[in-house]
Design a protein around this ligand. Structure first.
Ligand SMILES: Cc1ncc(COP(=O)(O)O)c(C=O)c1O
Length: 305
C-alpha cells in the first residue's frame, strides 16, 4: 500500500517524492538511524483518528537517539508535533501505520554524530489477515542479535538486517513468519513482534533481557491481561515451550495481536486461535480505537475536537 502523499522532513511538510536524502548519508552507509512504527486508528463513529501511545514511541525514539549518540536531533515533542501535522495535512480517515526515522545525515566518517535528519510518513493499512486466521511460523536458523553486539532494545535501522534474514528464510520455506532464539537458544521474539505463550492459563513472555525490543504492545497486553485477572510471567522461555503451550501469540504495533497456530508445522494447542488470545485481541482493539473510556490516556487525537 503506498505511503500517504504528504510526509514531514526535518519539520517541513513535503510531498512524498521530495522526501530524499543523499546516497552517502550515514544511515545508508552505516545503517545509523533509529525508527518507530506506530499506528493511528480511525474511529468512524467518533470521526477521529487516534494515535496509539505516541508518547511511549517518542520516548523509545529518544532512548535510541541517546544510545546512538546522535547530536542535534530536535526535541522529541517537535517530532511528535510533526507526526500530528503530517497526519492532519493528509486528512487521513483510515487506520494507518506511521513510520518515523531519525538518522545520521550527510557524508561523513563512521564515528560522526551529526548532522541528524528526521522524517515521518503514514501508510494507510488495516489489520493483516493473520489477526483473524493466525500465523504459521518457523523457528529461524538465524540467532537474534545479542545485546553485547547490537542491542535489540534500540530500534536501530541497522538491527533489522537480522529480522530481514529471518523473514526471508521463513517465507522461502513456505511459512508466514519467523521466531528467533537468542544466541543461548532461548526464545527471543518474532521478526517484527514480541511473543507470548499461554501455559496452564498464565501468560508467559520472554523477559526484557531476552534480546527483545521492549515492545509497547507487549507492555499494553501485560497491563490488559492483569486487568482481566490473568497472571503474567516474564522469564526466559525454552524453545520447546512453544509446543507445550496452549496458545501462542505475537504482538506489535504493526502486527497488532496475532495468534500463532503452528510452530515448525506442529500445531499449537488444537491449531486454532485460543480463547485468551481472542480475549486479548478484543481488549486491545477496543483500547486502540478509543472505545475504552478508562484507556483514553493512551490516545492522541489527530483531528480537532
Ligand atoms: C523486532 C520487533 N520486536 C517487537 C516489536 C513490537 O514493538 P512495539 O509493540 O513497540 O511496536 C517490533 C515492532 O513493532 C519489532 O520490530
Amino acid at each position: 500500500m503506498p505511503t500517504a502523499p504528504l510526509m514531514v522532513r526535518n519539520g517541513r511538510i513535503v510531498r512524498y517524492e521530495e522526501c530524499r536524502l543523499h546516497g552517502f548519508s550515514g544511515v545508508v552507509k552505516y545503517g545509523c538511524g533509529v525508527f518507530e512504527g506506530l499506528r493511528a486508528y480511525w474511529n468512524e463513529d467518533q470521526r477521529q483518528l487516534w494515535i496509539f501511545r505516541l508518547k511511549d514511541h517518542l520516548d523509545r525514539l529518544a532512548f535510541g537517539i541517546r544510545v546512538l549518540r546522535l547530536e542535534g536531533a530536535p526535541p522529541i515533542e517537535e517530532i511528535g508535533r510533526g507526526v500530528i501535522d503530517m497526519l492532519r495535512a493528509n486528512d487521513l480517515r483510515e487506520t494507518c501505520h506511521v513510520r518515523v526515522i531519525v538518522h545520521l545525515d550527510d557524508d561523513d566518517e563512521l564515528s560522526a554524530r551529526g548532522p541528524v535528519g528526521w522524517l515521518a510518513g503514514a501508510v494507510p493499512r488495516g489489520s493483516s489477515r493473520f489477526v483473524e486466521a493466525g500465523m504459521h511460523v518457523k523457528v529461524s536458523s538465524w540467532a537474534r542479535i545479542a545485546d553485547a553486539a547490537l542491542p535489540a532494545r534500540v530500534k536501530a535501522t541497522g538491527n533489522y538486517l537480522n529480522n530481514r534474514a529471518a523473514e526471508l528464510e521463513a517465507k522461502r520455506d513456505g511459512y508466514d513468519g519467523a521466531l528467533l532464539l537468542t544466541a543461548e537458544g532461548k526464545l527471543s521474539e518474532a521478526s517484527g513482534a514480541c511473543v507470548m505463550l499461554v501455559r496452564q492459563g498464565r501468560l508467559v513472555t520472554p523477559s526484557v533481557t531476552s534480546d527483545i525490543l521492549e515492545s509497547i504492545t507487549r507492555a499494553t497486553l501485560i497491563e490488559l491481561a492483569r486487568e482481566a485477572g490473568i497472571e503474567v510471567v516474564e522469564r526466559p522461555v525454552d524453545r520447546s515451550e512453544l509446543w507445550a503451550a496452549e496458545e501462542v501469540l505475537a504482538c506489535g504495533s504493526g502486527w497488532e495481536v496475532v495468534p500463532i497456530v503452528s510452530v515448525d508445522r506442529l500445531p499449537v494447542g488444537d491449531g486454532e486461535p485460543g480463547p485468551i488470545t481472542r480475549a486479548l485481541q478484543r481488549d486491545y482493539f477496543a483500547a486502540v480505537r478509543g472505545e475504552r473510556p478508562e484507556r483514553m490516556g493512551w490516545l492522541t487525537p489527530v483531528r480537532p475536537r
